[in-house]
Design a protein around this ligand. Structure first.
Ligand code: XLS
Ligand code: NI
Ligand code: NI
Length: 444
């Protein structure tokens, strides 16, 4: 906390770990930040992060009604003082919820001014405050980003805007956002292209817009080099909303985009659960696709509602879904500089400050339990052993010769006609494996 403000914005104590049987709704049951696993604390393993936009700027508004959430620290006329007090409250929350990281958009933390110069001055004032709070609490920045979707100037996109003037403005804004991210020691910088897509092809040059997006990202890579920013860049795919079609639709189309434009060495994927499901994929699918190319970066931890067709950004307490995701993450060697950022918001009627705690406790506990369960599954080796066995015919002989390119159609035809004949069928054992998974999920 900054010296003058005492940590009294929340009438809730620092959340203790009390174990799985605790009846205390304001305690962790599975996330013990101090627990040491393989030489690192669980806090270090999980790298949880709080999303400033939802938890400290979200007011519960929706297209049918205004905000419902009123926080006491929002009172006041001077926007910069309010921004600083809000930030004091935020850091008090980060500490009490045992989150080692936070994430923000430039316009979440400081008000946009009448000119870019004024916006930059506002940002500098609040960033100086953030720097003090980071120092005082030890909370660090997982990644920063720029809001290139709210202001009307970006209504037709930022880097993909048909007007070069808007492209220039967006470039100037991102330059500054990268610099403050660097100033705050951020471990990464994220690009989510909410309006980098189109509403109708009647007015859109799709090829040119994608080239412009790539040009923009190359400029960002160059600028990072010139200021010595070594954080990881992320691209965050989403198929739609607010645009009808977003160019980085899902991880697979993101990979095609990065490779086409020579960006695959510079960016990894920030995968959001609700974006995966909006694209018609499971969360685990997106993680596996990114990991298969060495491009798994970070996670925006949330959940959608399969009955609704938009980004509902709910807190995820589905231990089964998260265990599957964790299996894929751990198999890929973890997230490195990435983390689990709670890009999730309270439901509109969840108006109390305590609700912020319940929401994050639930998400953190579910992730921590998933992490431990996935580790158990991997160390037992039944599941991985089953998969390895399933592909064993490629480990030697015929399969190896196929994989290494020694055989072609002609040779394979001859082999089947003269030697191999009809293959024997083997069960895929899906139900057996689902039961095995459930055994782990229920503590067996
Ligand atoms: C919106 C995105 C956004 C990014 C950051 O759907 O998830 O919140 O994570 O710009
Ligand atoms: Ni997100
Ligand atoms: Ni989202």
């Amino acid at each position: 906390m900054s010296k003058k403000s005492s940590p009294t914005h929340f009438n809730v104590p620092r959340i203790p770990f009390e174990g799985p049987r605790s009846p205390n709704p304001l305690a962790f049951r599975h996330y013990d930040p101090a627990e040491v696993i393989d030489g690192r604390t669980l806090k270090e393993h999980m790298r949880f992060s709080i999303a400033y936009w939802h938890s400290f700027r979200g007011v519960g508004g929706d297209p049918f009604g205004p905000g419902t959430i009123r926080r006491p620290w929002e009172a006041g006329k001077d926007a910069i003082s309010v921004a600083k007090r809000r930030m004091d409250a935020a850091f008090e929350f980060f500490v009490k919820i045992e989150a080692p990281f936070w994430c923000f958009h430039d316009r979440d933390i400081a008000p946009e001014g009448a000119t870019l110069a004024e916006s930059n001055r506002n940002l500098d004032a609040v960033v100086a405050h953030a720097k003090q709070l980071q120092k005082a609490t030890g909370v660090r920045l997982l990644w920063g980003t720029a809001n290139l979707f709210s202001n009307p100037r970006y209504m037709c996109g930022a880097a993909t805007n048909p007007d070069a003037h808007v492209f220039a403005y967006a470039a100037a804004q991102v330059k500054k956002a990268m610099e403050v991210t660097h100033e705050l020691g951020g471990d990464g910088y994220t690009f989510w292209g909410g309006r980098e897509g189109y509403e109708t092809l009647l007015n859109t040059d799709l090829k040119r817009e994608q080239e412009h997006l790539a040009r923009f990202l190359h400029m960002a890579v160059d600028h990072a080099k010139s200021i010595g920013f070594k954080g990881q860049f992320y691209i965050e795919p989403k198929p739609k909303e607010p645009t009808k079609h977003q160019y980085d639709f899902d991880v697979a189309s993101g990979i095609a985009f990065l490779r086409t434009f020579g960006l695959e060495k510079h960016l990894k994927f920030n995968i959001e659960t609700n974006h995966a499901t909006l694209a018609g994929h499971t969360f685990q699918h997106e993680i596996e696709v990114a990991a298969s190319q060495g491009l798994l970066g970070s996670i925006d931890a949330n959940a959608g509602d399969l009955l609704l067709g938009w980004d509902t950004d709910q807190f995820n307490t589905d231990v089964k879904e998260l265990t599957l995701a964790m299996l894929s993450i751990l198999k890929a060697g973890g997230l490195g500089k990435g983390g689990f950022n709670f890009d999730a918001k309270l439901r509109r009627p969840s108006i109390d400050p305590e609700d912020l705690f319940y929401a994050h406790i639930g998400g953190m506990d579910a992730y921590a339990l998933a992490f431990k369960t996935a580790r158990r599954i991997l160390s037992d080796g039944h599941l991985t052993g089953f998969v390895a066995e399933r592909y064993a015919s490629y480990d030697s002989g015929l399969g190896r010769d196929i994989e290494t390119g020694k055989l072609g159609f002609r040779e394979l035809e001859k082999l089947v006609l003269t030697k191999l004949g009809e293959p024997a069928l083997r069960s895929g054992r899906q139900e057996y494996l689902e039961n095995l998974l459930n055994r782990y999920l229920t503590g067996g």
